[in-house]
Design a protein around this ligand. Structure first.
Ligand code: ADP
Ligand code: MG
Length: 252
């Protein structure tokens, strides 16, 4: 069944883009058709797949009605994985979208024609709860919340859950939480263990069993323009993202 996943957390640097790119690459590697939509003006997911950030048409053109989703979808060079790139002009969409009536549904409507083709559509959200993230959450069936295994990990999660509840009630009753994902976990430190315990105690049913370790290969893969499973298929980061893909598919 075709499912749309938003990768969201209003905090920056928690592993959203890394998770979006690598989850998409893992499900594609398993033979599922996957579409990654880059919703962040920083275009890190686009560049992380080796595609220039000034590519056109981009998701900005789709949201502003100048291109269809079909026109903006491009191959990535990775079998079964397609991308809708972001471009820097997407920053303007945060200002322009609220001026358009019912703009919250733009991404959902644009995806309608293509979504059945992809078992996994993955939306990489920007680090805010602004109009672009709202568009992603309205288009999504499920949301994955990366949580960095660091001090202050829980900060902001209550606000995020409130926003998800509001979107569920007002705009998208289908939306459910697929899970919270602990990222950049350094198992050698007491802090990471404490944070993991605290997050699991707070959200007993929500946290994925899989934990993504802090791993140098994961961090450097984007500079080679490829997912970690293509950069170093046997590193701990690749193992973890494969495990996550299995867990997401099983929970799906
Ligand atoms: P976000 O999209 O939430 O802002 P990113 O996915 O871009 O966060 O991650 C922030 C930074 O941390 C990036 O430089 C990324 O390469 C690095 N990073 C993410 N996950 C890991 C990891 N598991 N191990 C090492 N570095 C990571
Ligand atoms: Mg990002």
């Amino acid at each position: 069944m075709a499912t749309v996943y938003a990768i969201a957390n209003q905090k920056g640097g928690v592993g959203k883009t890394t998770t979006a790119v690598n989850l998409a690459a893992c499900v594609a590697e398993a033979g599922y058709e996957a579409l990654l939509v880059d919703m962040d003006a920083q275009a890190n997911a686009t560049v992380g797949l080796g595609i220039p950030k000034d590519s056109a048409p981009s998701i900005y053109d789709v949201l502003s009605g100048d291109a269809t989703m079909e026109e903006a979808i491009r191959p990535t060079g990775i079998e079964h994985l397609s991308l809708v790139p972001a471009s820097p002009d997407l920053a303007g969409a945060s200002v322009e979208l609220p001026r358009i009536e019912e703009s919250e549904g733009r991404l959902r409507d644009a995806l309608a024609d293509v979504r059945e083709r992809y078992t996994f559509t993955i939306l990489d959200c920007p680090p805010s709860l602004g109009p672009l993230t709202v568009n992603a959450l309205v288009a999504a069936d499920r949301v994955i919340v990366p949580v960095q295994a660091e001090y202050f990990a829980l900060e902001g999660l209550a606000g995020l859950l409130d926003t998800l509840g509001l979107i569920q009630r007002e705009l998208n009753p289908r939306l459910t939480i697929a899970g919270m994902l602990l990222t950049m976990h350094d198992g050698r430190t007491r802090l990471a263990q404490d944070v993991e315990r605290e997050v699991r105690e707070h959200f007993p049913t929500l946290v994925f069993d899989t934990v993504i370790p802090r791993n140098i290969r994961v961090g450097e893969a984007p500079s080679f323009g490829r997912p970690v499973i293509h950069h170093d298929p046997h590193c701990a980061g690749s193992d973890a993202y494969f495990d996550l893909a299995k867990e997401v598919a099983a929970r799906g």
